[in-house]
Write a protein that binds this ligand. Structure first.
Ligand SMILES: Nc1nc2c(ncn2[C@@H]2O[C@H](COP(=O)(O)OP(=O)(O)OP(=O)(O)O)[C@@H](O)[C@H]2O)c(=O)[nH]1
Ligand SMILES: [Mg+2]
Length: 340
């Protein structure tokens, strides 16, 4: 299935129904008073998180959403009925922006909430409301109010605790396959992963979510490779794992890889280098042990990265992955505690 993480919509809430102008006409009541009821409220446009959805593909073909108008009022003081809200289902983590001002309007992360985006207009007043001591037979009534109209941009920003970044072929998807039930495709060619994949990890005391995204290359922020737009899916994570390929076919040493990756991360609009990041050196099964020491020392000395923030693993054999997952579980549960 295609993965779409941005959409542009026009949404129109319903107009309120008009108030009625009417007079009582009953046998034996020669001068019946005004009895025009109010109009009903127009429908709101409401967004709701649907946990079965994980892409914005529904909005590729349908871009305009028009909610129903309220019914007009009628005689005998009958209020017109309000229109039923128009509910639009979206995936969890969809952020809604005003496409004209660019302002963020709603961040839809909770599946228990109905997110009202455009309010329907109130109904107009019937002539019964205008009766006064000086005017016993008003004909006046008001029309309903117009519903809000909005031009919006939806952006899906996945919800994950940890994001994986690295050059293509570094082994990000192999790692997620190994440690979670998510099954992103693995390939010995670059750009195997074309869309984000989320994998849940069951730790010993708590669980957390890791997001695997496409590979980054030098110049991605200027559009090289798959660009950097997909970084939106790790923009909410608390921690990044920077994957280093110890067996890089491009002969890029770990220091160069980390520098280039951080460069691209800093070009993203929220400067992702502000996040906590750990270095994960992958493919240790292909390297002899003495070299690991040397790599570790270089990374510490040249990039000023603490030893405990550097991990050596083999995503293929699983070596080192348990220690990494345990450390992740610890910091994530700690930061969740700090937030409460
Ligand atoms: N020997 C060895 N090979 C690995 C290891 N991890 C990944 N590979 C291989 O490296 C290649 C790339 O792995 P992927 O997991 O697809 O890499 P990726 O980082 O997800 O790549 P993109 O999706 O293209 O960004 C595959 O052929 C894997 O089998 C490892 O720890 N050891
Ligand atoms: Mg991949």
């Amino acid at each position: 299935m295609n993965f779409i993480d941005e959409a542009f919509l026009e949404v129109r809430a319903g107009n309120g129904g008009a108030g009625a102008s009417s007079f009582r006409r009953e046998k034996y009541i020669p001068f019946g008073g005004p009895d025009g009821g109010d109009g009903g409220k127009g429908a709101d446009v409401v967004f709701r998180v649907n946990l079965n959805k994980n892409t914005l593909i529904d909005f590729q073909n349908k871009r305009v959403f028009i909610a129903k108008n309220g019914r007009p009022g009628s005689g005998k003081n009958k209020t017109g009925s309000a229109a039923e809200d128009l509910v639009i289902d979206i995936p969890k983590g969809t952020v809604i922006y005003d496409d004209i001002s660019g302002d963020e309007l709603l961040d839809c992360c909770d599946d228990d909430i109905e997110y009202v985006l455009a309010k329907g207009g109130d109904g107009g007043q019937g002539n019964a409301r205008f009766k006064s001591s000086t005017n016993q037979a008003p004909r006046k009534f008001t029309l309903g109010f117009e519903g809000e109209v909005r031009f919006i941009r939806l952006e899906l920003k996945s919800l994950a605790d940890v994001g994986l970044v690295g050059f293509p072929n570094a082994g990000k998807s192999t790692f997620l396959n190994k440690v979670s039930s998510a099954k992103p495709k693995i390939g010995s060619y670059p750009f195997t992963t074309l869309r984000p994949h989320l994998g849940a990890i069951e730790g010993s005391n708590s669980s957390f979510v890791i997001a695997d995204i496409p590979g980054l290359i030098e110049g991605a922020s200027e559009g090289a490779g798959l660009g950097i737009k997909f970084l939106q899916h790790i923009s909410r994570t608390g921690l990044l794992l920077i994957f280093v390929d110890l067996y890089s076919t491009d002969n890029l040493d770990p220091i160069e890889q980390i520098k280039l990756l951080k460069n691209e991360l800093s070009a993203y609009k929220d400067d992702l280098t502000q996040k906590i990041s750990w270095i994960v050196c992958n493919k240790i099964d292909l390297i002899n042990n003495d070299d690991l020491e040397i790599h570790s020392r270089h990374i510490q000395e040249e990039l000023d990265i603490a030893e405990e923030d550097i991990f050596f693993i083999s995503a293929a054999t699983g070596e080192g992955t348990q220690k990494l997952l345990q450390s992740l579980e610890e910091v994530i549960s700690q930061s969740k505690l700090d937030l409460t």
